[in-house]
Structures are given as structure tokens and as C-alpha cells.
Design a protein around this ligand. Sequence first.
Ligand code: PLP
Ligand code: COI
Length: 342
Amino acid sequence: MKNRVNIDWGKLPFGYFKTDYNIRTYYRDGKWGELEISSSEYIPMHIAATALHYGQEAFEGLKAYRGKDGKVRLFRWQENAKRMHHSAYGIMLAEVPDELFFKAIEKVVRLNAKYIPPYGTGATLYVRPLLVGSGPQVGVKPATEYLFLVLVTPVGPYFKEGFKPVAIEVVRDMDRAAPLGTGKYKVGGNYAAGMRASERAHQGGFASVLFLDALEKRYIDEAGPANFFGIKNNTYITPQSDSILPSITNMSLEQIAKDIGLTVERRKVPFEELDSFEEAGACGTAAIISPIKKITDHSTGKTVEYGIEAGPISSKLYNHLRGIQEGTIVDIHDWTTVIERI
Ligand code: PLP
Ligand code: COI
């Protein structure tokens, strides 16, 4: 890439960084229109849009990785498209067809190619598809008009520590999502619901919160914007819960764990089991793998410690996942899509 912008890539935080273009299209009269290229950072919005009043919006998150071989890869975009269908189903948005989803992503990545961070900097181009109820309603019902927009922004690691263990705080006095609620969909309301707990955790010096199941507070749900996993006895253990986001990273780590000879268990994980893990981590597109050094219960002060260095299995999983994403490990499951000539 000859024409790259001059950014200190290694120091990029996980934040909004202006790029040149975004892509939009509207769903009107029962069908999606043409993709439009925009250089505006703003969207015109009806004052009675359902997204604004009733939270009728969903989003996705994936990344474009510049590989060691110079190629640009998307990781499992089909899974993000599928999850956006689920979110659309969950809160009654118009569904975005897979071809449209991919076409919009490919186009916006190409248009902003100079913002794709170079290999080896730890930074990547974060791709954020957004699906918004843009049509007006005052009664509580779904919009008839939708906006699908994709923006990109170059990012560093979600947790500023990068691949260094972080401290996490268990929250019991606030819930992110109800057992049969919207926790399994990637909708904005879930994130608003978790903000008070996560800001309190940040103020207490923690990188993130760990939510428990809302019904009994007996089982681990997930870690803020990431799923949770624990490792013991050569086994990768991750919570089964209907109120957590089905993480594509977690799903991939389960497969990689099997590929490298671990046993995998997806099941309810009782809070007490935290004591018995040899390693623990948070995983997600933004977080990649963030090893956990300690987990403190906000209500009781009880703390479980896993050590200040990343454990050997978490390190192996992390390197394997990044290797596939950056083209240095053979992609035997066909997870990556190369965007050619970029
Ligand atoms: N859980 C929540 C609440 C998230 O926001 C995310 C991020 O997308 C994840 C888990 C991880 O999901 P994925 O690995 O698909 O990015
Ligand atoms: C992601 O990992 O892609 C996320 O969406 C997490 C967060 C930034 C909301």
C-alpha cells in the first residue's frame, strides 16, 4: 500500500478515528436501495426515528487485517452477517441480505485502504456495520424505513493493556440483560444497560465487568464487551447462556482449542468455579484475547488471582487466532476472505 496515512499505528487506542468514507443504503417501501458513498460523518435523522426513541438499532463489529504477505483479510464476515439477521429478527429490523452486507464492507474497506494499519503494529481496521430504524413512529412499533451504514476506523487493542492480563470486576447489583431478553442480540440497548456498571469498574481501576446470570446470580455470563473463558486440566471452558452475545471469536477459539488438542466444554459455569481455573480470559473481536489477572467481586471484595503474565494456553490460542487472521497460519477452516488488490 503506497498511499498510507501517517499515523503512529502502534499507539492507536480503540477509539473513533476519522476516515474518508462510509457507505449507506436505505430500506424503503419494502426494499433496499443502492449503496451510497458518503464522506459525511453525520446522518440526517427523522426526529421520531424508532432508533432514537425506542432503541430499534443493531450493529456488528469485525476487522480487516493486513497480513504478513501484504494481503487484507476479513475474518468470518459471514458469521457477522448471520448474527445481524438474528439481531434484526430480535428487535424487528429489516434484514440485510448477505450479499449487500459483504458488498458494503468490501467497498468501504477499499475506499479507506490507506487507513488499514500495517502488519506487525497490533492495529487493525475495525469495521462497524450499523442498522438503524430511521423511519418515524410514535406508537411503539417497528419503523418502515431503515438505514444500513458501514463505517471503518483504525484501532489498537480494546483494553489498553493489549495482550497483558487485566483486572475484572464482578457485578451483582446491576444486570446487562434479562434471561429471555435481548442479551443474545447485538443491539445498542444492551450496551447502554451495561454502562453504569462498566464505568464504576473503570473508576475502580478494572478494565471491565463480569456479569453473572440475571436470574440466580450463580453462573458466569460474560465480560463486558467480550465473552469469558477459563482453562483447567487441558480444557477450554466457556459459559452457555441465552443472555450473552454469541461471540464469533469465542466460537473460533473453541475450534482452535480442539485443533490444538484441548477438550472444549460449553456449559453453565458456576461462580465458585473461578477458583479452580488455571487461566482465564475475555475474548471478542475488539478484545481479541485479553488474559485476566484477577477477578474481584464488587459486593464482597473476594478476589481470585490468575497471575500477572498471560498463561501458556491463552498465549497459544491468541497466537493461533492472530496467525490465521494475519495469514501466517494456514486457514484450514476457510474463515478468512481476502480482499484482492488492495
Ligand atoms: N459480548 C459482547 C457483549 C460483545 O459486544 C462482543 C463484541 O462483539 C462480544 C461478546 C464478542 O463477540 P465477537 O467475538 O463476535 O466480536
Ligand atoms: C466488538 O468486539 O466488535 C465489539 O463490538 C465490542 C465493543 C466495542 C462494543
